[in-house]
Every structure is written in C-alpha cells, then in structure tokens.
Unconditional design. Structure first.
Lengths: 470, 460
C-alpha cells in the first residue's frame, strides 16, 4: 500500500507551520478539514458517539456532536461506523537515524579518542541527521502521529526532538518543536578490540561522563569570564562540551536508556552528583525501584518490547488447556488415565533444580509484564516507547501485555497518547482530542488494537495520510 | 509435594535477601574458638548481638530471642577474607588506557551472581573486588561483604579503606605495548607510566588549587580590579592519583618478578607512598627482607605458577619465607573456584613450609584484613568486632572439614543443612536453563582471571 499525502502542497504546509500557534487573522485563508459522524475516543477511554471534528491549520477548532461544519471544509464522512482516536505518540525512537558507522579506522591512541569515537556526540540534533526510513512509514500505518526522536549512538548520541510523522523522510519542517532533552545510555565506545576506544566498560562510561561534565563546567565558566574580560585567554570552541551546558545547568532532562535495576541505580549516582532531571527509557526493571523513582520524580518511558512468554511456560499452558479439553471429552469416553500418565512422566524428567529455575523465571517474566502497571500503581508518570517494533509486532506485544497484566487496551492507548505527551512536556498541544490542540488523529474501522481493525487515515499536525486509497 | 518444598525453599532464600541489611544475633556454645589474635579457646562460647561480637567466654547466656547453636565438636573461626577477587564483577578491565584510576569497581558490582553464594559455602565473608591487570594503574577496588541477596550498594563494606589496582610486567606491556603500540612496551616503560602520571597529577593539583584560590579572590573582589582566572577543570583521574600520594588509597599491585617489586618500592619511596600490597608476587621470597623493611605487604597463591613466562620462577615456600621474614602475607584466590576452599590453600603453607597453623589461618583472616584496612572491624574473634564468622565441622585446616554455617553481621547466609538446590536470585525472562552458564561454572583453575575480559575484547 502506498502512502499518499492528500492535503499539502509545500506552500500550504509551510503556511501551516507559520500560523502555528493560533493566528486567527490568517486562519480563514487555509481550508478546514472535518471528519463527521464518527465515534471519538478520548484518551481516558470516554467516547463521543456520532460526533464531528474540525481542524484548520493543523489545529482542532471544533469537537462535538452536531457541529456546524465550515463551508470550506474538506469533509470525510465517517458514515456512523468509524472511530477517531488521538494519534499515538512514541515516547522515544530512533527512526530515520543514520546507522552508526562500521569499519572504524584504528586509533593511534585508543586511550584518548576523539569525542565521537568515545561515544559522546551530544551536539547532534535529529533534524540535521534524519534519513528516509521505512520504519516511519510503518509507524504511520500503526497509528503513530508524533515521535520523540533520538539518534543511534552510544553514551551521548545527541538530542531528543519531537517530530510530526507525516512522511517517511522527516526534515526540519516536520519538527514539532526544538530539542527538549539530551539522550544517554551506558553503551561503551564503538568498535571491537581492533578499533575500539576508551571507555570500553560501564564503569569507564561513568567516569568518562563525569569528566565531560567537569570539562563542560570549566568551559562554561571560562566563557562567562571571557564575556566580561575580553583581554583574557580566549575559551576554546567545543561544540560537544557546549551541548552539555543545559545538563550542567539542569535546564534539560537526560533521557537515559537503561533496563536493569543495578544500572538504574548507577544512573542515580550520576544524577546525585550533577543534579539534572532524568527520564528513564526502556527501563524493564524500573518497577523494582518505584519508591526511589517516585522520590526522585523520574518519569518512565517503558519499552513495549516485552519478552515473549518463555517457551516452556507457553508449552505448559498449551498442554494444560489441551488436557482440560481432552479431559472433558475423555471423561465421557473413559480413557483419561493415559493423558494423566504422560503428563506425570514428563514432569518427573525435570530435576528439582530446574523446577525451581522455572518457578523463578515465571516470577521474573510476570514481573516484567507487570512493570508498567506497577509503575502506574506507584504513581510514577509512565508512557510507552514502541522500541522500533513494526505494526505486527506491536500488535502482538500489546496483546501480550493486556493478556498478562492489569493493563487494558484503553490503558495502553492512554499511555501512548496523553501520558507520553505529559512526560515530553507537550501535553498542552497533543495527546488529547480537544479544541485548540494540534490535530493528531487516527481514523479506524473498529476499536484500536483489536483484531481486524484497520487504520484508514492518519492525521499528523493536520496533514492527512490516507491508507485506504488505491 | 516437590513444588511445595520448592516454594518454601525459595521463600527462605528470598527472605534472606529482604532482611539482609538487618544485623543478626546468635550464641554459639561449647565449641572450639579459633580467635586468630588470642589463640584457641576450647569449650568456649561466642555471643553476637545485633551484628557485633559482645562476649567470648564460657557458660554465656543470651536473651531469649537470640538463637542458640550447639557447637560441640565444631570449630568457629572468623570469616575468610579474600584480598584478591573478581568474583562478581560486571566488567573487570577498562583496558583501553594504561592508566584508568578514575574507574571504580564500586560501579561494577553484580550483586546477583551465584558465585557469591558459593564463596559463602567456603566460609568467606568478605572479598576485595579488584580491577584486572591490563593497566599499569587500573581502577579502584571495592571491599564487599558477601551479603547474598542485597543490592550492590548494600554489599559494600562500610568504612573499608579505599584501594586501587596497579599492575606490572607482562599484562600491561602485552595489552598496551604489543596490542596498541603505545607506552608501556617494556618494564622500564611501566615504571615511567607510573612516575609521569604521578608528576602530572601533582602539576594538576598545583594548577587546580591556584585556579580555585584565584577564583575565590575574583569573587570576593567587589571593585573589579582582579582579573578572573582561566578555569582548570576538575580531573577525576588526577584526583585519584593525588589521593594515592596522600595515603587515602591503598595500592594493591599485581606483580611477579623480584626486580619489578624492588622498582615499585623505589618509586613509592620517591612519592612517599606507604601501606601497599604486592599481589601474586611469586618472586617476593627473593626480596622478602626488602619488602619487610619497606613495611609492604604481600598477597600470594599457595602453589600456582607457570601460566606465563614471568611466573615460572616460583615456589610453594613463598608464603612461608615471607612470613618468616616478618612480612604480613595473605593467601588469595583470584578465582571463583579456589575461593570456595581458601582454607586448603592456607593449609598448604603448613604442609610445605611448616608455617604454624596459627600463622596459616592469619593468612586468610587478619592479614588480608590489614591489607584492606578493615582489621579494626573483622579478621579475628574479638569483643567489639563485627560478627562475621563461620562454623566448621572440624579443624578449618583439615581437608575433611566443611563449613556448616556462615554468618555476616550475625546474620546467617549459608547453612549446609538448609542448602537449596537452586540458589539463583536473578533469573531473566529470556534466560535458558541450560545456556546461562550456571551449570558449567567450574572447570578447574581459571587461567589468568585478571585478564578475562581483555581476552573477550580481543576475540570480538
């Protein structure tokens, strides 16, 4: 299926950007769009039946039942059976990011690598680096209309910047706002033994990170002095250290991709030393530290890429189900003894040690599946990242989570819309369907994430992508 | 039935974890007390209350809520301390620079490694978790108590002295000289790496202090006459090196040959550095009087050598000769297998060199405690010390003896009778039962575990 952007000449698109936010005097010059006679789903699960929605210049102007549709509106008739949801927001992804370079040349002194070879590139801003990416097309089809983009890299890959997703190649024109955070992880310097560099371990990454912060602090101080005292030695120009000033000054949060409890605790150490705000990304074991996260006011953008059910457990569940069915059938036939016998024989093959292992693994898996619900329970702002899953995988993981945790489909939609918007600090513009918000919508022919439901139209910042054409 | 038993055992294990930071109490009665610092007490009692040894004697009584253990026929000795271990590191070597004083094993602790439990089963209560030997000046070490089931932070030995790893000889020259074509390529180069980095650190300190003083003057000057200084950034690596020079960090130096041992003592005398330990030190016996004269310590293997060229000239009498020359010597494992029977390693000094049993036991208790700066708190059975002890079925130097209980802070972490079949405390959702490396952990002595992750790096 080919994506077609129906609205938009380049001129009108740029016009739309210019008029944001509201500029009523110009508003009438651009035609409105409307979707009428649909079920509108609010992020909290509430619905409006047979409702209409109107937007112009990328901004929602009317939401309600029996709205007067503007005379110039391009109207999509929902025909009473279609649904509108707020567009999904991916809390963090690296779609469109250039791949990390391979075959790095060997360094003369791996102990003193250039910043990029150490994995520190905080100066990079996504809008200058993005490539065309099929994953963006897939994301649009999966219902995403906005994403906080980072870049592929190591300890400090660059900035986090939100983008409207309305094309497979995103540019500066699609940026939803300026960068809003720095991106980080404990990943070591790129390259193996031949071309690798310091830092090559997590403890090395921590030490290197600290030194960068000390160097940035000194440079900033030097620049401040130099502003007043031009006679003194001129400070060096250093885009890497300068990019860290917002972190040094605690003006921007650090979005840190980390999973294990121990690694999250190590991140806490860095936070204690430098005092910046943190948002955890992926964070599969975050719920083990709920109390601490709450005290530190750290939100979590959790990975939807949860581990599949362990094979042995899936098999066990299947057999239990089969036995149930056979049991009810065979009791009539009177040959249930065979089934019981074979089951016993199999469990006897397992050592006590393996049985204990399984019971611990089941507990660990259930804990992972319940990570997000436990975080929400503890009152921690939590959202979701699709972690680069394609629509089919996304659907499978959503099913896995809803079947094995207290989260409902509606909860997941809420996590991927209003919750993500709140964590990203853009909930005054997106995440919910209401007048004055940016038009980020999806039109479906059934409840979202339910089997058989198709997404017909995706609207990102007012720009329509129709997947049902041709 | 099996499943119920399993669940109960799991509950027992996890309750160890959740309460681990609590200190425990226990009264062990009518037993043989190997005090280490005050001889052997027959038919004695030892009382630990809230983690501290409060009484040693006979016919002791305890409050009613304190568990009592009958020690008849058994031996109680302080928990074994291993002065050289990589037992539960996340990574061991930050091997991409010859000097990495800024990294610390405090940030490389894996509290979930089952090897911790296995060490407890050998009566070990504390280890010195060390950086590897790839670098001339490696990372800082971390002394841990083996409280299996707690967080990485809760494993740290409170108030232990800071330590750091140095390494001489083949490993750093192989990794950096031959591997990357940078200094050090030779033993001479190793010495110069140490000297030049200490000198740079001292220069940095002068510049940094001058900057801080000038900054203060600038900030106080309200008339605007004083010019601001060019900032000198805080330097983590040099700060640590200065802490070594100031005596705040104890050096533990991987070394084998006598000549390099003498070299390091000369260098340290030049910089006024004291209280350091030579690790491995297979040729230390050749220069034992010189080591004693400098007040340096040694921490050696009982009888392990010939795994690389610089380790061929070795003897099983090393520990005994050092001990006879008045050097405070310990026996270490540097191995997740050996750590389970360090008592045998200490016993070898009796077998080979006729070291006294009392001195042999010191080599795995109070002596390593001194080398780690924790001898005021552990390493012997003394009133006021921490309740880190093990109950042995027989004399601890006997090949037939087993550890029955291991206590840390008076809390029981190992019990031979209650030893469950699976002691993993961290299982991942996607771990495979057979592929997790859990079941094939010991295949004899690990070759050069100091360098383990460097070899992995090279293979990548």
């Amino acid at each position: 299926m080919k994506i077609k952007t129906t609205f938009v000449g380049v001129a009108s698109f740029l016009g739309m950007l210019l008029v944001w936010p509201h500029m009523p005097s110009m508003a009438q010059e651009v035609p409105a769009h409307a979707i009428t006679n649909v079920t509108i789903h609010m992020a909290d699960g509430a619905t409006l039946e047979r409702a209409d929605i109107v937007w112009r210049n990328g901004i929602i102007e009317q939401v309600g039942v029996d709205e007067t549709i503007p005379f110039d509106a391009f109207v999509i008739d929902g025909g009473d059976s279609l649904h509108v949801y707020p567009g999904l927001i991916d809390g963090m992804a690296t779609w469109g990011s250039p791949e990390a370079p391979r075959d790095l040349p060997r360094l003369e002194n791996p102990g003193k690598p250039p910043y990029d070879r150490a994995g520190a590139q905080p100066q990079r801003v996504p809008e200058h680096y993005l490539n065309e990416d099929k994953a963006l097309e897939a994301a649009m089809k999966a219902g995403f209309t906005l994403v906080a983009l980072g870049l592929d890299g190591q300890m400090l890959p660059g900035h986090i910047q939100p983008f409207n997703i309305s094309a497979p190649k995103l540019t500066q024109a699609h940026a939803f706002s300026d960068p809003l955070a720095l991106q980080g992880s404990f990943e070591t310097a790129p390259g193996g033994w031949g071309s690798g560099a310091y830092p090559s371990t997590q403890m090395g990454v921590m030490a290197y990170f600290r030194q960068l912060m000390y160097d940035a602090t000194a440079l900033q101080e030097h620049m401040m002095y130099f502003e007043k005292h031009s006679e003194m030695t001129q400070p060096e120009q250093n885009e890497v250290l300068e990019a860290l000033f917002p972190l040094v000054n605690k003006e921007q949060p650090l979005y840190f991709e980390v999973d294990s409890k121990e690694e999250i605790e190590r991140l806490f150490r860095l936070q204690d030393e430098f005092g910046f705000d943190v948002v955890l990304v992926s964070a599969k074991e975050a719920s083990a530290l709920s109390t601490e996260l709450k005290a530190r006011n750290i939100p979590v953008i959790a990975s939807l890429d949860v581990t599949d059910m362990p094979d042995w457990l899936e098999k066990e569940n299947k057999e239990a189900k089969k036995d149930d069915e056979e049991g009810s059938e065979s009791s009539e036939e009177g040959d249930s003894e065979d089934a019981d016998y074979s089951e016993d024989a199999e469990s006897e093959d397992l050592t006590e040690e393996e049985l204990m292992f399984r019971s611990k693994q089941k507990e660990a898996w259930e804990k992972e599946l319940n990570n997000v619900s436990a975080l929400l329970e503890a009152g921690i702002p939590t959202g979701f990242t699709s972690a680069g899953l394609n629509p089919k995988e996304l659907q499978q993981k959503v099913n896995l989570v809803t079947e094995n945790s207290p989260l409902s489909m509606n909860d997941i939609i809420e996590l991927m819309t209003v919750n993500n918007a709140q964590i990203l600090g853009i909930s005054n513009r997106v995440g919910t369907i209401k007048e004055g918000n940016s038009a980020h919508l999806i039109l479906t022919d059934g409840p979202l994430f339910e089997k058989g439901t198709n997404i017909h139209i995706q609207v990102s910042q007012g720009v329509i992508n129709d997947f049902m054409e041709d | 039935m099996n499943n119920i038993l399993t669940t109960l055992l799991i509950l027992a294990v996890f309750s160890i974890g959740s309460m681990a930071q609590d200190k425990g109490s226990v009264l062990i009665q009518n037993t043989t007390l190997m005090t280490i610092t005050d001889g052997i007490i027959e038919n004695g009692d030892i009382l630990i209350v809230d983690g501290i040894i409060t009484a040693i004697g006979s016919d002791l009584s305890a409050p009613s809520d304190v568990p009592v253990v009958d020690g008849t026929g058994k031996y109680v000795m302080p928990g074994i301390i291993d002065a050289h271990s990589h037992l539960n590191t996340v990574s061991t070597n930050e091997a991409r620079n010859p000097v990495t004083a800024e990294v610390t094993m405090e940030e490389s602790i894996n509290p979930n490694s089952v090897s911790i439990y296995r060490a407890l089963a050998g009566g070990v209560t504390s280890i010195h978790l060390m950086h590897g030997s790839a670098n001339v000046i490696g990372g800082q070490g971390e002394t841990l108590k083996l409280r299996y089931g707690v967080s990485q932070d809760e494993m740290r030995f409170d108030q232990a002295k800071r330590t750091i790893k140095f390494a001489l000889g083949e490993n750093p020259t192989r990794v950096h000289g031959q591997g990357n074509g940078i200094q050090p390529r030779t033993r001479m180069g190793v010495e110069q790496i140490i000297r030049s980095h200490f000198d740079e650190a001292l220069d940095y300190r002068i510049q940094r202090e001058a900057y801080l003083a000038a900054k203060e003057a600038y900030q106080k000057d309200r008339r605007g006459r004083i010019a601001p200084p060019v900032p000198v950034a805080k330097n983590l690596r040099y700060d640590v090196l200065n802490d070594i020079i100031d005596g705040d960090i104890l050096v533990h130096c991987h070394s084998y040959r006598a000549d390099e041992i003498l070299m390091l003592m000369r260098v340290f005398n030049d910089y006024g550095i004291k209280n350091y330990t030579f690790q491995h030190a297979n040729e230390a016996f050749k220069v034992a009087p010189e080591i004693a004269k400098n007040g340096a310590y040694t921490s050696v293997f009982a009888d392990w050598w010939a795994y690389k060229f610089e380790v061929y000239y070795s003897t099983a009498y090393n520990a005994t000769i050092l001990n006879e020359n008045g050097v405070t010597n310990s026996i270490n494992s540097d191995s997740n297998e050996l750590i389970r029977h360090l008592n045998h390693e200490a016993a070898k000094t009796v077998r080979y060199g006729e070291t006294s049993e009392a001195d042999a036991l010191k080599m795995i208790t109070i002596n390593p405690a001194k080398q780690l700066g924790i001898d005021e708190m552990v390493g012997s059975l003394e009133i006021g010390k921490q309740g880190d002890v093990a109950i042995w079925s027989g004399h601890p130097l006997s090949i037939y003896s087993k550890v029955e209980h291991t206590y840390i802070d008076g809390k029981k972490y190992f019990d031979l009778i209650m030893d469950p079949v699976d002691m993993r405390i961290s299982v991942d959702s996607d771990d495979s039962y057979t592929d997790t490396g859990f079941n094939n952990f010991i295949q004899g002595r690990e070759e050069d575990s100091c360098m383990s992750d460097v070899f992995e790096l090279i293979q990548q």
